[in-house]
Design a protein around this ligand. Sequence first.
Ligand code: ZN
Length: 418
Amino acid sequence: MSKCRICRNDHTQAFLKLGPTPLANSFLNLDQLNSPEPTYPLDVVFCPACGLVQLDHVVPPTVMFRNYLYVSSTSDTMRSHFAAYAGEVIDRFLTVPDQLVIEFGSNDGCLLREIQKRGARTLGIEPATNLALRATDAGIETLNDFFCLRTATVARERFGPAKVLSGNNVLAHIEDLHDVVKASKAILDPAGVAVFEVPYLAETIRNNEFDTIYHEHLYYFSLKPLMRLFQDGAMRVFDVKRVPVHGGSLRLYVTHAEAPYPLQDSVTRLLAEEESQGLHHSDAYKSFSQNVATLRERLRELLRSLKNKGARIAAYGAPAKGNTLLNHFGIGRETIDFVADRNPLKQGLYTPGTHIPVVPVDRILSEQPDFVLVLAWNFIDEIVLQQCEYLKRGGLFIVPIPTPRVVDESVLERTEAR
Ligand code: ZN
């Protein structure tokens, strides 16, 4: 068992073992289907000393992040999320035009584009070569590198300190969290603010979102261990907010320990909430693991009974999390005819481990399968609107998480009314 990567405690406790699993973003081309697929252990442990939930085994980042298929701008939900995010950051923390905002893990520049539109200077730092090029081509200057103390030092020398540093859905990707804190400290203006978004463990547990567990996500954060992490590096969390993206996330506002930002009530309130939910104790994780086993049985039983009645079933969305669900639940081509996804980079490929073909989304209407299993369940509202014609023709969605439910045409009235 590995040491805790925040507090170095060597008595971490394993609570969920998903076993040897292929990388969730290693979609295969036709030629690769007949070669053996590499798998890596996927086991989750809890540190009772600081509260951090983490993967036991770490896959080298160069294997996972140099060519990356998740593109933020593919989703309408993420585009509008980042537009609102940009507005908030600028109104709250930038005092004059032309101040510098740096984002690491900047993907295709979805957030920075919005920041630029509002008159600030931007710099992206992105390890995936394909995404860094794409952002640069679109006019968003991007260094093609991992975020670490070395890159932060170079970036500060070339571009100056950041008034705002941002890292979204990326902290969980980086093994050496203490180095991220050092890098943040090095690049941030003395009165600057670092804003991080991380999927929130409380939501993962409450909603059975076990499928967000895959090798890229080394950590499943609650607030308490993050407070400890930043404190160890002479920074501090002074505000926190819950945001709805990625199944429920935390937005943390962090600054240098001595910077003039008073601690907000939101921080103490959320810590107390976590304590009362048992998030800092191992029992919560034991029951989570049992809930995942129950979910597995229910979904398999539902799909089995539909197949026995001759139903044709497809899936919507080929997100990384879908592959955790398919692989861990043992659902493959015997059940799912195809996976439809809007991302052209994934179309024409096959899902890792289960080898289901990924096709453009118009296949849903042209084939009108009886059921569509929604693997990208966090975008369900967007998908319902986009696929309203499929539902109107009698198609049915199966939303697997938190517990399997069937969604029919009647959902359209409710979604449009919102
Ligand atoms: Zn720990």
